[in-house]
Design a protein around this ligand. Structure first.
Ligand code: 13P
Ligand code: SF4
Length: 329
């Protein structure tokens, strides 16, 4: 079967929008109606009028669309869970808050901010406590807004993102459990991270700078602060693409983010900032066949329950509050 032809036929015949993140496999990415970074995808998918959203990405992305538009049927051909999002659940969230309280900081002095790479249940906890969501493209603005409350920021789950933006803003950060005095920090980070972006090291940066003295280094803020400090540009997936596309063709640039996205920028003078292929295993799970099967299940009126995104009403209520606070800023 020619999956590509069949997917295009089904897309025309059904009231469906196909959404894909930049890290998806090329063959899936090429067929999408909407592509973008996490913030763009959440906004654009919410604005579509289609009855069905077929989302190719990781679980928290599909969940965010469902939370923002509960009336839509959101399907994920593979509900693959981002490794970082899996590092925190409501229990770990509460446990960390308790540690912060025990360090002498009561809840009324804490404003939680969750990176969008977290479950809807964690977003709901944050929303209930007066906090909000941020993405890699708007974290600076959201943290700045959060600090206007005069409270300390409890940033979950990505410690690297929290530490990187704290540095950019000349603020002090700590990680829960790192032995530092949490009372001295402006941003207290949960100890989560992205295993893919942890692959990049300052040695990799040094290697490329020695080999090509004029090379530029562009990385995602999920990289360790030691890597971001050594880079020329730090940005979300969309921001990285725009930065690289603007460079003159002769300008070499080494990029620290997921392989599929960097590989798609081969028409520019790009290199990958690692000797190990930085593939996100969960983003790579979705195949053309999976997308076809999901669309076919809509045509046949026989949707596979496993592909259907479901979020509890109470979770939707508070997670929506946290997401909307972000969208309003
Ligand atoms: P962006 O929001 O920059 O697309 O990042 C999503 C992600 O999961 C990066 O690892
Ligand atoms: Fe999650 Fe990292 Fe994959 Fe992004 S690259 S989806 S943060 S595991």
């Amino acid at each position: 079967m020619n999956f590509k032809e069949e997917i295009n036929r089904l897309k025309k015949e059904l009231d469906v929008t196909l959404v894909a993140h930049f890290y998806q496999r090329d063959e899936v990415f090429e067929l999408a109606d909407i592509t973008g970074d996490s913030l763009e995808l959440a906004k654009k998918a919410k604005e579509t009028n289609s009855k069905y959203i077929v989302f190719c990405g990781v679980g928290f992305m599909g969940e965010s669309v469902k939370v923002l538009s509960p009336e839509k049927t959101v399907l994920m051909p593979k509900i693959a869970c981002c490794a970082m999002a899996r590092m925190i659940d409501e229990g770990y969230y509460e446990q960390n808050l308790k540690i912060i309280n025990e360090a002498g900081i009561p809840n009324e002095n804490i404003l939680p901010i969750t990176y969008i790479n977290s479950s809807a249940a964690v977003k709901a906890k944050v929303g209930e406590m007066g906090g909000m969501v941020c993405t890699s493209s708007n974290a600076y603005k959201i943290i700045e807004k959060g600090l206007e409350s005069g409270k300390k920021i409890f940033f979950v789950p990505d410690r690297c993102l929290g530490q990187n933006f704290a540095k950019q803003m000349n603020l002090k950060s700590s990680v829960v459990g790192d032995g530092t005095n949490l009372k001295e920090a402006d941003i207290i980070c949960y100890n989560g991270f992205c295993s893919v972006h942890q692959l990049f090291t300052p040695d990799d940066v040094e290697f490329y700078r020695e080999k090509y003295p004029d090379i530029l280094v562009a990385v995602h803020p999920e990289c360790d602060p030691s890597v971001c400090d050594a880079a020329d540009f730090v940005g979300s997936t969309s921001q990285l693409i725009n930065y690289i596309k603007e460079l003159p063709i002769e300008q070499k640039v080494v990029v620290g983010t997921e392989f599929n996205m960097v590989n798609r920028l081969r028409d520019k003078n790009t290199y990958i900032l690692s000797s190990t292929k930085p593939e996100c295993p969960t983003m790579n799970e979705t195949t053309l066949e999976d997308v076809y099967k999901t669309l076919k299940s809509i045509e046949d009126n026989n949707i596979n329950e496993e592909t259907l995104i479901k979020v509890d009403d109470n979770v939707i209520k508070w997670a929506k509050v946290a997401l909307k606070r972000m969208l309003e800023i």
